[in-house]
Write a protein that binds this ligand. Structure first.
Ligand code: COA
Ligand code: ZN
Length: 311
């Protein structure tokens, strides 16, 4: 049996949150509905953040209310505080992806709270959601902060431990601005897998420095099986200086598929969505494979060569 890897699609949240042009609500809904048919384990639909902080996702309630849910796909939303949790529960999200940063400076810039204030609020969110929705915690800047620099692995573990004690179902370790390298990812993966074997563990990489797929591979080789990824490689945190796109879903899935992993994803269907994305957002996107074609999509040889061989 081929080893299974699970993908969580984040384009309509991490991708669209940083787009300069507002993606119309109907188009967001249509994209989530189309992604629901591709085989993703989870789709991060939107975020319940303040409309002033993230104007691109100010239509979160309507988007969550109007998507068509497909059995077997979990619909998750990013939640920074209690107000966001109330909205997410009202919208019947399957999972609340609560978020804070392991860097004090990034947490202050992004969420306008100290880490302790975030933690206190998120602890209340966990209590509020009990019996209504699953909780995943996403910890930002775990491989480095663009303002503070190095974030010690012990600091990441300290925050992850505090959430694990509160009974969260899942833990996502995020490389918010693509500072992770494969050696660091391998070490982090070993520690996380042995320490949190009872949690659903996900890694979230950005390709800011071209190390995204190398980091995925390093984590897979250590035994990590869940990854966040974004169609076309869109994405980035508007409050992290220098942020750029997530690892590209179709590139990562194509790579693992070629290596013999089972991703459960309908690649041709996903490619069609990736190829429609530049028109939707009004610019080129970073993803490579949708432009180049899959490795099995061959080109005809030049006609002169064909004639020569035939002669
Ligand atoms: N959803 C909707 N509105 C919210 C909200 C939420 N989750 N949280 C706060 N608000 C509203 C408040 O009701 C208040 O509205 P008012 O001015 O009409 O009274 C206003 O926003 C300010 O509230 P306050 O609690 O002072 O929040 P803040 O301005 O300090 O912002 C956050 C704190 C966390 C809400 C904001 O920084 C945020 O949403 N950040 C998310 C950043 C993000 O998503 N980054 C990318 C992903 S990592
Ligand atoms: Zn991200």
């Amino acid at each position: 049996m081929r080893p299974r890897i699970y993908f969580h699609e984040v384009v309509t949240r991490d991708g669209f949150q940083i787009e300069p042009e507002f993606v119309p609500t109907d188009q967001k809904i249509a994209l989530v509905n189309a992604l629901s048919e591709c085989g993703f384990a989870k789709i991060e639909v939107t975020s319940f953040t303040s409309a002033r902080a993230i104007p691109a996702l100010r239509d979160a309630d309507e988007v969550m209310g109007r998507i068509a849910r497909v059995r077997g796909v979990e619909y998750t939303v990013l939640v920074p505080n209690l107000r966001g949790a109330e909205r997410a529960l009202e919208a019947r999200a399957d999972e609340l992806n609560i978020v804070m940063s392991t860097s004090e400076t990034h947490n202050l810039a992004n969420l306008r709270m100290s880490r302790e204030q975030s933690f206190a609020g998120l602890r209340e969110v966990i209590w509020l959601a009990q019996g209504h929705a699953a909780i995943n915690v996403s910890l930002s800047t775990c491989f480095g902060c663009p303002m503070e620099g190095t974030v010690a692995q012990e600091e990441v573990i300290r925050w992850a431990d505090r959430f694990a004690e509160l009974g969260v179902r899942g833990l996502t370790i995020c490389d918010t601005t693509g500072m992770a390298h494969p050696g660091q990812v391998a070490r982090m993966s070993q520690v996380l897998l042995s320490r949190y074997s009872q949690l659903q563990l996900t890694l979230h990489f950005h390709n800011t420095r071209g190390m995204g797929l190398a980091n995925v591979l390093a984590a897979v080789q250590e035994g990590v099986v869940c990854f966040d990824a974004s169609l076309g490689g869109l994405g980035g945190c508007p409050y992290a200086p220098g942020a750029s796109g997530n690892i590209c879903s179709e590139d990562a899935i194509h790579m693992l598929d070629a290596m013999g992993y089972d991703t459960g994803i309908d690649l041709p269907r996903l490619f069609a969505l990736a190829r429609a994305l530049p028109e939707l957002v009004g610019h080129q996107v970073p993803g490579q494979v949708a432009k180049a074609g899959r490795i099995q999509d061959l080109h005809p040889p030049p006609s002169a060569l064909v004639a020569q061989v035939a002669a």
